[in-house]
Design a protein around this ligand. Structure first.
Ligand code: ATP
Ligand code: MG
Length: 419
């Protein structure tokens, strides 16, 4: 079963710039969650904080019983073995072929023979649709291909927690659909806990079990996807519809005068360019492909949500009930389809998860690291002290600058409550 990630009262600043404060949420084990939010609200910073590459001033991130904001470098190294991370910019070593990039975590963190490495790498290359491109250098392929190669590398060790920072950026809509399906299929196969940072509303509508949103330095919401999709909060509605009218401005939040002007324009029939889609009409969640096992998280999610239900707004409750019915129906149809086409009973234990014992993910946050020697440059720099093992985690530039950050401020403000 995937590993729960429990975040409480997390606050992060760079110098005097507070990024977000008092973020409290739990990524439930094996469930797929999405994090939305306007550009610059700190989604990528949040993701890096979850793996201990950035250090919060306050709060905790508990993974498998360990608070990674407080633990030793050695413990952090062990915890990181649970993660597979696709950073926002793909992050490949520029002087290595795609094959070598994707093989990198296997060679670095397992003792697998080259034959076995080859099997796994080629399988993942195939999964992300890069067959035939394995000998190319990152500089010789398109941005979308680099992104897919980064994803293949993130998946190569069957991690228990998968963090994807905008897996769709640079991808066309069809490839985006394939990647989304791939994440659902992987979730079905290995029951990994997944967090997807995205601006893609289609992904948000159809992929995650839960959605959260960051805005104005706070977590506006985190809960079942139906809760956010049916939300009446102006910021959520504006974000989903992609309208320029609303609390989200081009850079910072808008002031009241501008908002009043916009209201007047709207009253005069002038639109803000957003879609008129009705997001409260819930689209069924994407299901694993035929032949995949059922997602084990579905039953856990349902149990959790049913418990939560009375505390949710009425329209969210309605939407949740409707989507549960829809899902039951779809799963019934899938079972019937599987039974018809394969002549076998659809079984919960089909395709049992094959979770590697050494789940290590290595990535960096720069698009292409253009150097041949990984001991000079992004790789090989010690992240936290002298634990040689920790050096096996490639360190983004930002994280390195974080080592220079001053100590945590004493007695900083701690906001109560959660999301
Ligand atoms: N290492 C760093 N040092 C200082 N400031 C940083 C660092 N990393 C991020 N920031 C700042 O934190 C804020 C949030 O950045 P982040 O990259 O997390 O945004 P985001 O929500 O992921 O945006 P986008 O949707 O554009 O990717 C930005 O103002 C950014 O400049
Ligand atoms: Mg980002």
């Amino acid at each position: 079963m995937g590993v729960e990630v429990s975040v409480e009262g997390l606050t992060k600043s760079f110098g005097s710039q507070n990024i977000w404060r008092d973020v409290t949420l739990t990524l439930p084990s094996g469930e797929v969650s999405a994090l939305l939010g306007p550009s610059g609200t700190g989604k990528s910073v949040f993701l890096k904080t979850l793996i201990g590459l950035l250090h919060p001033e306050q709060g905790s991130v508990v993974i498998d019983g360990t608070d990674i904001t407080q633990c030793s470098a050695k413990e952090l190294y062990e915890i990181r073995k649970l993660f597979g991370v696709l950073f926002q910019d793909g992050a490949l070593f520029g002087s290595m072929s795609l094959y070598d990039n994707i093989a990198f975590p296997l060679r670095e963190h397992t003792k697998k023979k080259e034959d076995d490495v080859r099997k796994i790498v080629m399988e993942k290359i195939d999964l992300v649709g890069l067959a035939g491109a394995e000998d190319k250098l990152p500089g010789e392929i398109s941005g979308g291909m680099r992104k897919r190669a980064g994803l293949a590398r993130a998946l190569v060790l069957d991690p228990q927690i998968i963090l994807c920072d905008e897996p769709d950026s640079g991808l066309d809509p069809v490839r985006t659909a394939y990647i989304s399906q791939l994440l659902i299929d992987i979730n079905a196969q290995i029951d990994a806990t997944i967090l997807i940072v995205t601006h893609n509303i289609n992904i948000a509508r159809t992929i995650p079990d839960n959605i959260g949103m960051l805005f104005r330095k706070e977590l506006v919401m985190f809960g079942p996807r139906e809760q956010l999709l049916t939300s009446e909060q102006p910021v959520v509605k504006q974000f989903l519809s992609g309208d320029r009218f609303g609390p989200i401005g081009m850079s910072e939040e808008k002031d009241e005068a501008v908002q009043k002007q916009e209201e007047a324009m709207q009253a005069a029939g002038i639109g803000g360019g957003g879609t008129k889609d009705d997001f409260s009409e819930i689209i069924p969640q994407v299901q694993p492909n035929p032949g995949m096992p059922e997602r084990k998280a579905v039953a856990r999610h349902r149990e959790r949500v049913l418990e939560l239900l009375p505390s949710l707004p009425e329209n969210a409750q309605r939407a949740i009930r409707e989507s549960m019915e829809q899902e039951d129906q779809i799963r019934e149809e899938s079972r019937a389809h599987a039974a018809n086409t394969q002549g076998v009973e659809w079984s919960d234990t089909d395709g049992e998860a094959q979770v590697g014992s050494e789940n290590v993910m290595v990535d960096t946050s720069t698009d292409v690291i253009d150097h041949g020697d990984r001991n000079q440059g992004g790789y090989g720099n010690d992240y936290a002290g002298d634990d040689a093992q920790t050096q096996q985690w490639a360190v983004p530039e930002e994280a390195k600058t974080q080592q220079l950050e001053s100590e945590r401020p004493e007695g900083g403000r701690h906001y109560g409550g959660g999301s």
